[in-house]
Design a protein around this ligand. Sequence first.
Ligand code: KG4
Ligand code: ZN
Length: 340
Amino acid sequence: MLLLAIETSCDETAAAVVADGREIRSSVVSSQVAIHAEYGGVVPEIASRKHLEMIAPVVTQALHDADVELSAIEGIAVTRGPGLAGALLVGLSVAKAMASARGIPFVGVHHIEGHILAAFLEQPVEFPFLGLVVSGGHTHLYWVEGIGRYQTLGRTIDDAAGEAFDKSAKIMGLEYPGGARIDALARHGNPAAVRLPRPMINDPSLNFSFSGLKTAMLQHVAKNPVTIPSQAASDLCASFQQAVCDVLAAKTEAALRRTGSRRLVVAGGVACNSGLRARMGRMASELGIELHIPSPALCGDNAAMLAVAGDFCLATGLQSSQDSDATATWEMDRVGDGGR
Ligand code: KG4
Ligand code: ZN
């Protein structure tokens, strides 16, 4: 089945053409990052308006890059939630209109389900497996039994890992979104240079907390102002990144032991982080488990990742109706409840 996929949940307007939920024929991502950087974070109304402006050119580009006519598209996968309501509505409306005009089915996909299943675009993964999603809005551990069958094992009780990266970067005076900048500076830093907390690392739950780490960064920088670039800035970035990786690794290892899982998928924008990728790689070889982390281009927001669940749903006759609504909040545990 040849699918068109559309993603507009936050600040990336994305479209992709994917064959059989596996083969990426094209993937176009138009980022609004430079626009929102001026404001230090995503401004919802600006995001919606920019999606409205970019969606047609991005979809046209995806069809062009794949060298297919719209008439060859057999179905559409679109992010229905979670995300910014106004941003989601743009992609969902376009998907509905195109499906209606072409007389083809469309299906709503959960943004996080897309992130987790992105790994399948590179390699098939056997179910069940443990999924760690680390993005700007999520830090969640899921037990994944199949497409549409997700159980939340743990989650952040405050900030997401990506949010902690971005807020800490802002505290240091780095431009939004700062995750990748911290990663780059950390490469030349000493991770043992600054003592920072590892919130909830010894808590028996599989939940996370990152707001205390952000506060510790704020206090450290207030006492020790940093200039960029400098060795002190690199050391602070490396120490911060190590603290986040320590917590993520400890909780993931606990979840692997608790579930007895032999397979781990790490996904979401923060999975681009070089320190986290290396750390998870070491953990997987120590524990003798199979590790899947998508290539960086598939970790950040993109539309191709939606086609895996989209293809599965449409192939099994599951589709969304023209009255389906965008949902800013949508628990992964409810995805299989027939509410697509
Ligand atoms: O998955 P994503 O692209 O969008 C959401 O669904 O949120 O994740 C974006 C997050 C941002 O917080 C960004 O700073 C972070 O991923 N990020 C990174 C890196 N690249 C992106 N964080 C740490 N290291 C990176 N290399
Ligand atoms: Zn995302």
